[in-house]
Design a protein around this ligand. Structure first.
Ligand code: HEM
Length: 413
């Protein structure tokens, strides 16, 4: 029996907690959702590489997550046979994150040029303008819902603009992506959820088929045109499902994570007034503050799973062929072996080499875009004459992969 220091409640064993965390199936999981960090400390101390249920492993030390993600021998290819794949699986899973070499490189090179730091800077004016519009919309409000009214719309609009999705179809695309993501989370899926995911996938395919046709007829400077051109280029050749899966991956990978970073970031600043005052006094500290936000509350809290292509060794554990391994990025970011006083939010932290964007061949394509967007947002907020304060109970999202606040009531001081 151990006690959770954040809630004071007794829990049966670290293994039990790990199972609740993994499946989200136990009501006691609620406390883990709000504050999983004391559990991560117990887990890391107990077993940094733990088999949570048969053939499913969790890795909680920095060293373990680092070793897992940088070792490109681990596979990302889904273990489903072609016949077992539903339409939603095909549309969702045929993306760059679910391929090994050499297909991974074939897909990645079609989008990577659109996300380099230089390419992002070229879109800087658009991003700046969207941030200014969002801020104008909330500046005069007495109180507002930070996630819904400010943080969420921004990355959705940016990625849709990059993809060339017309404004009037952005809500549809968002709904389809959300339904498909839900059906891909680990845990129990009802027949209705799977059915809904297939319907969403079909609508998504239909929509993109039309958009692709339009971009073929009238090429522009959108990412969609780049993908359409890549789909026929001799050295890349993407299928329709791959083009659509890439769009969904960029949308899904890019909007909620970024919105969560912005929301967790303001929550952290509001709860650490010294840090808030420091960035207000000197906005050049914003990039360092963003790196600390990324370490402290990683918006993608766990890596996507890796599959053992043969019997593998990790952190002294023997992992059988076909097993699934998840790197707990959230836990790695609080490892006392790497970070002094890891549970302290410290924007002046030296050598903040977090794993929040992953590592190795699947390192986040959108990292430069995220850093640019977050820099624009927090610099603009730092320049506001008034600071934001938390004005109600925050609500954390219930997801194995995503970490973020789905509700954060705030007001201007
Ligand atoms: C704060 C925001 C974000 C975070 C924390 C984040 C995190 C990550 C992580 C951890 C991975 C690697 C997963 C693994 O190896 O298991 C990843 C991959 C990826 N991310 Fe992001 N991401 C963010 C934003 C974005 C944005 C804005 C985009 C695109 C617009 C994006 C697109 C992708 C794609 C396509 C991959 C797969 C790359 C590959 O397999 O080669 N992400 N991201």
């Amino acid at each position: 029996m151990v006690t959770d220091s954040s809630t004071g409640t007794a829990v049966d064993s670290v293994e039990d907690e790990a199972r609740w965390y993994f499946t989200g199936s136990d009501p006691r999981h609620e406390a883990l959702r709000r504050n999983p960090y004391p559990f991560f400390d117990r887990l890391r101390e107990h077993a940094p590489v733990l088999e949570v249920t048969e053939g499913k492993w969790l890795v909680s030390s920095y060293e373990g997550v680092n070793d897992l993600l940088k070792d490109n021998r681990w596979s990302r290819v889904p273990q489903m046979s072609e016949a077992d794949m539903r339409l939603a699986d095909r549309v969702f899973l045929r993306n760059v994150a679910s391929y090994d070499s050499p297909d991974h490189e074939r897909l990645r090179k079609t989008v990577a040029p659109a996300f380099t730091a230089a390419a992002v800077r070229r879109r800087g004016e658009l991003i700046r303008q969207l941030v200014a519009e969002q801020l104008d919309a909330v500046r005069e409000l007495d109180g507002f819902e930070f996630y819904r009214d400010f943080a969420f719309a921004l990355p959705v609009q940016i990625i849709c603009r990059l993809l060339g999705v017309p404004a009037e179809r952005q809500d549809d695309f968002l709904t389809w992506s959300q339904i498909m993501v839900e059906a891909q989370e680990p845990g129990v899926h009802t027949a209705e959820m799977l059915e809904a995911a297939d319907v969403a996938a079909a609508q998504c395919l239909e929509f993109f088929e039309e958009l692709i046709e339009e971009k073929r007829r009238q090429p522009d400077d959108s990412l969609m045109t780049m993908l359409v051109e890549a789909s026929v280029a001799e050295d890349s050749k993407l299928s329709l499902e791959e083009v659509v899966a890439m769009c969904v991956a960029l949308h899904v990978g890019g909007h909620e994570t970024t919105a969560n970073l912005i929301t967790s970031g303001i929550y952290l600043l509001a709860n650490n007034p010294e840090a808030y005052r420091a960035v207000q006094a000197d906005p050049s500290q914003v990039p360092a503050a963003i790196e600390e936000m990324l370490r402290f509350e990683p918006p993608a809290r766990n890596s996507l799973h890796r599959i053992a292509p043969e019997t593998m060794e990790l952190g002294g554990q023997r992992i059988e062929k076909g097993s699934e391994v998840y790197g707990l990025i959230c836990a790695a970011g609080r490892d006392p072996e790497v970070y002094t006083d890891p549970h302290r939010f410290d924007i002046a932290r030296p050598k903040n080499r977090h794993l929040t964007f992953g590592l190795g061949m699947h390192f986040c394509v959108g990292a430069a875009l995220v850093r640019f967007e977050a820099n624009e947002v927090f610099t603009a907020l730092a320049r506001e004459p008034r600071a934001l304060q938390v004005d109600g109970d925050p609500v954390w999202r219930n997801s194995f992969i995503i970490r973020g606040l789905h509700s954060l009531p705030v007001s201007w001081e």
